[in-house]
Design a protein around this ligand. Structure first.
Ligand code: SF4
Length: 212
């Protein structure tokens, strides 16, 4: 059983899978409270579903890609069972997680997009640092940057832990806090081997649209 906030079909807006038509399974509840969180509605709203019920709903969209997101999926034990069930149905499965839970139990074939919370989020102390050594090459660490200080902190974490040797590194600006062009300049000036991304779904549907 998993408390689900929403299930919808849209264009993947983040990660190296950006642009793919994807079914999103958004779990309800989150253990963190990031200052810039844009899915606060997921903290409380939702209803309990079984894994077969979720699978049936996912199948109805006829898609190939499924993204488990939140809220925080790893805050609910049923998420592991759900990911196994989706892989068994031959979906390409990705997991967006806030980094505060160990990814040890996540099936290896799942593409894990693991946040490393920068200081301006107010949650940088929440990181489960063991995750730095649990990723596979297809996984991605994501730094959401709200200021130049966040950017400098992210660079230091990447360098101190040689993160670019472990998997892909994504830097993304907080909408309304850092302009994409500013972040692009910082990345180019630093010559960091990272991938810049913007939240594509906000460009397509608008910044406040839900279920897209
Ligand atoms: S981890 Fe995600 S859902 Fe939770 S507070 Fe932070 S941004 Fe919001």
């Amino acid at each position: 059983m998993i408390k689900i906030n929403e299930i919808f079909f849209s264009i993947q807006g983040e990660s190296l899978l950006a642009g793919k038509p994807t079914v999103f399974v958004r779990t309800a509840t989150c253990n963190l409270r990031c200052t810039w969180c844009d899915t606060k509605y997921s903290y409380w709203e939702g209803s309990v579903m079984t894994v077969p019920q979720i699978l049936e709903k996912v199948k109805s969209f006829g898609a190939k890609y499924v993204c488990l997101t939140g809220g925080e999926p790893l805050g609910q034990k049923g998420s592991i069972e759900l990911m196994r069930a989706l892989l068994a149905e031959n979906y390409t499965v990705s997991l967006e997680t806030n980094g505060s839970f160990s990814i040890k139990e996540v099936p290896l074939d799942v593409v894990k997009v693991v946040d490393v919370k920068c200081p301006d989020s107010g949650e940088s102390e929440s990181m489960a640092w063991e995750n730095l050594s649990l990723v596979r090459p297809h996984d991605q660490f994501k730094f959401v940057v709200a200021s130049k200080a966040d950017f400098d902190w992210a660079l230091k974490v990447c360098r101190d832990h040689s993160l670019e040797e472990k998997c892909h590194i994504l830097y993304s600006p907080v909408h309304g806090k850092v302009k994409p062009q500013e972040l692009a300049h910082w990345i180019l000036d630093s010559k960091a081997p990272v991938t810049m991304q913007i939240q594509l779904h906000k460009e397509i549907w608008g910044p406040n649209e839900r279920g897209v």
